[in-house]
Design a protein around this ligand. Structure first.
Ligand code: A2P
Length: 284
């Protein structure tokens, strides 16, 4: 963290800056524990909360933000359009419902969650364009501060017509899985990359090489994975419902992984390392 305990922010567009670590909330679908986890994250110092319509916890996130007493303007809030919604009017309507659930009148970052939902797969390109145009309308009204996508591969990004540039692409990223072609493409085109499942959903934390590196830096395997994302210029969105881990996961600014160890972590990338669905073939 920077001086004053504040998370460093990265510029997304002319006016918008995003804190370099976010709190992920996928699977936090029990309303009470979702609310408590987000509150703990906010009290710990997180100022960036990542939710989605499909996580079914927007009410809890909104309530936690309200209960925290932290001014809305200090919190960076992301939500995502679910797969069953596409098209102009549908997007505008769903967005207003999200605002209501989140008890706010704007969203800092609004993402199309998946590029090619099963329901719309045969016409996803035109529908994504219509949807994105609706998001641009909300952007021009100041109701969304930055626009983005999630799980978009290079071809999906190329297929999208935009007047307001895509600021963010949120993708699965951790030492066992990185789509470097898409990451490099995003970075070359000024698109900030965010990492979901930066801890490999907790499934890679027993890896002997990650443990060895963690011991070397006197840090936890989770902290090594978070630092690995940060040092690749990627914004990690770790999720936890455990207070100590929520704290642990943001306490990563007092060490730096050497270039040599970054290369060792990079070589852990596996052909079958992806845990989540493939963007072109997802079964939802
Ligand atoms: P829990 O929520 O019970 O704390 P990801 O962010 O990659 O999706 O990973 C989330 C998973 O990793 C959850 O199962 C979470 O468990 C676990 N997790 C989160 N932080 C840590 C940590 N610091 N140490 C170990 N496991 C963690």
């Amino acid at each position: 963290m920077e001086e004053g305990g504040k998370l460093k922010r990265i510029q997304l567009n002319e006016e918008v800056f995003i804190p370099q670590i976010g709190f992920g909330t996928w699977k936090l679908d029990n309303q009470e524990s979702a609310k408590q986890s987000v509150l703990t994250a906010l009290y710990t110092g997180y100022r960036h909360i990542d939710t989605a319509m499909s996580y079914e916890n927007e009410e809890a996130v909104g309530q936690a933000i309200k209960d925290s007493g932290i001014p809305r303007s200090e919190i960076f809030l992301t939500t995502k359009l679910s797969n069953d919604i596409r098209g102009k009017n549908e997007t505008l309507y769903a967005f207003e419902q999200s605002l209501e659930r989140l008890q706010t009148d704007y969203i800092d970052l609004f993402l199309i969650h998946w590029p090619a939902p099963k329901k719309y797969r045969d016409q996803y390109i035109e529908l994504n364009n219509e949807t994105y145009a609706a998001m641009e309308e909300l952007y021009s009204l100041g109701k969304i501060k930055a626009l983005g996508v999630s799980n978009f591969l290079i071809h999906h990004l190329k297929e999208l017509s935009t007047k307001v540039p895509v600021s963010v692409n949120q993708m699965e990223f951790h030492p066992y899985y990185a789509d470097w072609a898409t990451i490099d493409y995003c970075h070359e085109h000024g698109i900030t990359v965010e990492a979901y499942s930066p801890l490999g959903r907790g499934q890679i934390l027993q890896d002997p090489i990650i443990i060895k590196i963690a011991m070397k830096y006197k840090k936890s395997p989770a902290q090594i994975c978070i630092r690995y994302a940060l040092q690749n210029n990627i914004i990690p969105l770790p999720k936890s419902q455990t207070k100590e881990r929520i704290q642990d996961n943001i306490n990563v600014f007092d060490f730096e992984i050497s270039e040599e160890d970054m290369q060792i972590l990079k070589r852990l990338n596996k052909v079958d390392g992806k845990i989540g669905s493939h963007p072109d073939y997802a079964d939802f």
